[in-house]
Design a protein. Structure first.
Length: 196
């Protein structure tokens, strides 16, 4: 039986010290999606986290499509190890993979979804591209703004109060974008969400 599976992976670093940092917006999107699924399935069957392929994984359905949500526990710079293992384990075509991550080349709150592309200097994406051996897979980039000072210090810092308000709305829009991707296709999603 042909069963469509989509794998949505949010990038970040595990542990409380990184939870609210700019580098963890990918994790925040996955967490927000998880909460939405729990509310939807309240009293029926709550999705549960399991540990698979060095990642926290949630399996559920969304618009009659099997969905795997994942947060690699490998730390950002080695994200590719978990992503490649998940793709193999669940036999997910790369066209049905979507990586959600932070991008310093976009203003805070800007979303960009693409079918393929370079790593743009993002080390988690660099690791994934190296492990998969291709740049041809969908990704949802979330703008965190240009670095002020040292890049590492910047991405591991927290958002300002104003930025936090903006990024909270952005996470909601990211969920809407992913829902459109699941229901429709990537071109529809790009046309609808690749603008402020």
């Amino acid at each position: 039986m042909d069963r469509k599976v989509k794998l949505i992976v949010g990038l970040g670093n595990p542990g409380a010290r990184y939870a609210d940092t700019k580098h963890n917006v990918g994790f925040r999107v996955i967490d927000a999606l998880y909460e939405e699924f729990c509310e939807r399935d309240s009293g029926v069957l709550r999705p549960t986290h399991t540990s698979v392929c060095n990642a926290l994984v949630i399996q559920t359905t969304w618009h009659e499509t099997s969905i795997i949500l994942a947060k690699p526990m490998t730390y950002m710079n080695n994200s590719g190890a978990a992503v490649a293992a998940l793709v193999k384990r669940f036999e997910v075509p790369l066209a049905d993979l979507c990586i959600v991550y932070d991008d310093v080349h976009l203003d805070v709150g800007v979303l960009r979804i693409r079918q393929k592309g370079s790593d743009g200097g993002q080390k988690g994406m660099k690791s994934i591209i190296q492990r998969l051996g291709t740049t041809a897979f969908p990704r949802l980039r979330i703008g965190i703004g240009e670095p002020v000072g040292d890049l590492v210090d910047y991405v591991l810092s927290e958002f300002s109060e104003d930025e936090e308000i903006e990024i909270t709305h952005t996470v909601d829009r990211a969920i809407d974008a992913l829902e459109t991707l699941v229901k429709d296709d990537i071109l529809t999603t790009m046309n609808q969400f690749n603008r402020r």
